[in-house]
Design a protein around this ligand. Structure first.
Ligand SMILES: [Zn+2]
Length: 231
């Protein structure tokens, strides 16, 4: 997959849970992966004092950078919105359009904006729902139209049309990437999110189990997605 991917999660670690195995595979095969992280992750543990939240946000950025090094991600863009309090507004869409026009990815990957049925919890987290829709709105039509955010054109950030959108954490997965060769890299990269992990061994087992579940008869370990072709 010699393509350029931009993977956008709501919190530090979201993209790794969904895509780290595929990211490592793409990097191995000569493609490029960039990460975008919408929130600062400052509510990732009980933080009663604001100062503690800020410290946690800083720590989680470091963890995300370390994890990205392991999978071969080229660069991480932190949008630093407040954890748990994002809105799909002009400000967030502009930040998203900015990185899309800067990176110029062939494929953008994020949470499924169709996740609104609330029969579980993780994929329906407010930040996951809102960032999913905001990413879609940023890709289409905003990033590819000079009518949107013309002030970015003046900065030299020209319009960019994304070819495909892939959605993770989806209920309607359509294809599975074989990550059997990179499952160990995925686990290693996720273990870098130390502030979020209590029991390292149990955590690693859970990741392996989930990848097995997402696999198929022919794929031992997988990551699955839904896809929309944009042109
Ligand atoms: Zn998350």
């Amino acid at each position: 997959m010699k393509k350029r991917f931009l993977v956008i999660g709501a919190h530090p670690d979201d993209a790794d849970f969904a895509f780290a195995g595929t990211a490592a595979k793409i990097a191995k095969e000569g493609g490029e992966v960039f990460l975008g992280v919408v929130t600062d992750g400052s509510k990732g543990e009980d933080v009663l004092k604001q100062k503690k939240g800020k410290l946690l946000a800083k720590k989680r950025e470091e963890e995300q950078k370390n994890s990205a090094k392991i999978t071969g991600v080229r660069d991480v863009y932190f949008l630093r919105e407040k954890d748990g309090e994002i809105e799909n507004d002009y400000n967030l869409r502009k930040k998203l359009v900015r990185i899309i026009r800067e990176i110029k990815p062939d494929i953008v990957v994020s949470f499924d904006p169709g996740n609104f049925s609330f029969e579980g919890f993780y994929r329906f987290h407010r930040d996951h729902r809102i960032s999913a829709v905001a990413v879609f709105d940023a890709v289409y039509p905003a990033a590819g139209s000079s009518n949107f955010f013309p002030e970015l054109l003046k900065e030299g950030l020209n319009v960019h049309n994304v070819n495909e959108l892939w959605f993770f954490s989806t209920k309607k997965s359509e294809f599975t990437i074989d990550i059997s060769d990179t499952i160990d890299v995925k686990i290693k990269s996720l273990l870098e999110h130390k502030s979020q992990i209590k029991d390292t061994k149990k955590f690693a087992e859970k990741i392996r189990e989930r990848a097995k579940k997402e696999g198929t008869e022919k794929i031992s370990y997988g990551e699955s997605f839904r896809k929309i072709k944009m042109n």
